[in-house]
Ligand binder design. Structure first.
Ligand SMILES: [Zn+2]
Length: 374
């Protein structure tokens, strides 16, 4: 199995200076290689290959010795990036009857990473050492597993550094065998509720970060355009966005793991998320709680773990009584399901998650060749 591990990295001022130099050299090489390809293409209607460009690297190092500090594989990777950009150009040419713009040159703030392959680095515990660059102290949330194929160093727009390891042959994680099944209803009040009665709330720290973001956005809107203070305020807004995105991802990862650990089959609604966000009242809570991202994580983790995620059509799951199957109409504001037919009283979302479970199970049964029970 393939997997990429990404970690925040802390580096010294000197290492940061070296990294920025490498980024700038890589960017220069990128633009040089792109320019060469474009001008040859303009002249001959075809251009040179990545391998031919790689063969010119020693010559480049002779002419510009500053490139000697950057690892050979790092420079080769830059050539491969240009190659990928050019492959995209050919695809666009085909799609648009020969009319497509060339790949773009990279401006200073548009070039934010470089990649090492097998050589020039070593990983010791939580420290990554890169030759001619320095030491990276990694915030290892989980250990790297498998064979490391590439190491990418990236700088975010707010000046944080990350190291990511792309690995092959990552051992699949063992999950306890189980036949348990669960239905999950994503909610408005809480993040989700399941048919075993668990209610998962949006984490408090996420709400705090959202408050911080709003405060910083207001502060930004008060600053004069083009001023230094405005630039600083903008950076603060960007970093609040980054923080929220990271916290949310972390929360969703842990929640998806929770379900994958415990259940063999997980039933969820096949939500048309886009269609729902258009509804004004729901917009805020839906985009905040990012169900789409959660469902994607569930599906990919399930695939790795040999579990099953089944999407069921969202058809009256909140209106039907999970006890007797009768339809009990209710508006969005009604939080409790009360059935006049069988007297069942249940939290609205738990009732819905039970319906999702039943509907999913009957769909599964019918696709397995056994007639569905209505
Ligand atoms: Zn009922």
């Amino acid at each position: 199995m393939r997997r990429t591990y990404q970690y925040r990295a802390k580096i010294s001022k000197q290492t940061e200076k070296n990294c920025l130099e490498w980024l700038e050299l890589c960017r220069t090489l990128y633009n040089l290689a792109l320019e060469q390809r474009i001008s040859i293409y303009r002249q001959y209607g075809k251009t040179i290959s990545a391998n031919e460009q790689k063969k010119q690297l020693p010559e480049l190092k002779m002419a510009f010795p500053e490139f000697k500090t950057v690892g050979s594989q790092v420079l080769q990777d830059v050539i491969e990036r240009v190659d990928r950009a050019f492959q995209g150009f050919y695809v666009r040419l085909n799609q648009r009857n020969g009319k497509a713009g060339f790949p773009r040159f990279k401006s200073r703030n548009r070039y934010d990473s470089f990649t090492l392959k097998q050589a020039g680095w070593r990983l010791e515990g939580r420290y990554l050492y890169v030759r001619n660059l320095g030491r990276f102290k990694l915030f290892l949330s989980r250990p790297v597993e498998g064979d490391i194929k590439t190491v990418t160093i990236r700088r975010t727009s707010t000046g944080k550094w990350f190291a990511s390891f792309s690995c092959d042959n990552v051992p699949a994680r063992e999950y306890p065998a189980t036949t348990r099944e669960v239905g999950i209803d994503v909610g408005i009040k809480s993040f989700c509720v399941d048919s075993d009665g668990s209610q998962i709330n949006n984490p408090e720290y996420l709400k705090q970060s959202l408050k911080l973001l709003r405060r910083r956005q207001r502060s930004l809107s008060r600053k004069k355009k083009g001023s230094n203070r405005r630039n600083k305020a903008r950076l603060l807004v960007t970093s609040a966005h980054e923080k929220i995105a990271n916290q949310r991802k972390d929360f969703l990862h842990k929640l998806a793991n929770y379900y994958i650990q415990r259940y063999q089959t997980i039933y969820i609604e096949d939500l048309n998320i886009k269609g729902m966000v258009r509804n004004r009242h729901l917009a805020r809570s839906i985009s905040d709680s990012s169900w789409g991202m959660f469902f994607n994580m569930l599906s990919s983790k399930a695939e790795e773990a040999g579990r099953t995620v089944v999407k069921v059509p969202p058809h009256n799951t909140s209106q039907i009584c999970s006890g007797c199957g009768e339809k009990v109409p209710k508006s969005l504001s009604v939080r409790v399901h009360r059935c006049p037919f069988c007297n069942l009283v249940l939290d609205r979302d738990i009732n819905a998650s039970l319906n999702i479970l039943r509907l999913g199970q009957s769909l599964q049964a019918s696709t397995d060749g056994i007639p569905a029970v209505a």
